[in-house]
Design a protein around this ligand. Structure first.
Ligand SMILES: [Zn+2]
Ligand SMILES: [Zn+2]
Length: 145
């Protein structure tokens, strides 16, 4: 057995992954439902696509994770392209932002030849959040001249 093979076997053993790259049975970290219980959602337990969330929780509509003292919100969005990446995407947003309308991101219309459109954080919201933060904490050096 080569060193590489041995290392891969060890890595698998430690994460609990089986030879197909599947993780042991566990529950969704959000709703507590057993993952891939019906056997039709192998991605829920596949190590390469594992997010700790079941399909339902992964695709939940956008919701506010928390509100900052600046008035900005941390918004969790379903993944824009789950076939590529299953992680939910988090953005900082102000409800009244004229640019992103409170979503915290704008789609960058990148061509499909170079990977396709993707969400890009809203600069207006993040700049406003940082400016408000440094106003709340005058000692911080977030904004320098
Ligand atoms: Zn769930
Ligand atoms: Zn915005």
């Amino acid at each position: 057995m080569s060193d590489v093979t041995r290392e891969m076997r060890n890595a698998r053993k430690h994460s609990g992954m089986d030879s197909q790259g599947m993780l042991p049975a566990q529950r969704c970290t959000k709703c507590g439902k057993p993952m891939n219980a019906d056997g039709n959602h192998p991605a829920e337990l596949y190590a390469g696509t594992f997010t700790g969330l079941c399909y339902d929780c992964q695709s939940d509509p956008a919701y506010t994770v928390k509100t900052f003292e600046t008035g900005a919100k941390l918004v969790s969005h379903p993944p824009h392209c789950p076939a590529w990446r299953r992680d939910r995407e988090m953005f900082i947003a102000f409800d009244d932002c004229p640019e992103c309308k409170g979503r915290g991101y704008k789609m960058n219309q990148r061509g499909f030849g170079s990977g396709g459109p993707y969400p890009e954080y809203c600069r207006l919201c993040s700049d406003r959040h940082l400016a408000a933060l440094s106003g709340l904490n005058p000692e911080s050096n977030l904004v320098t001249e």
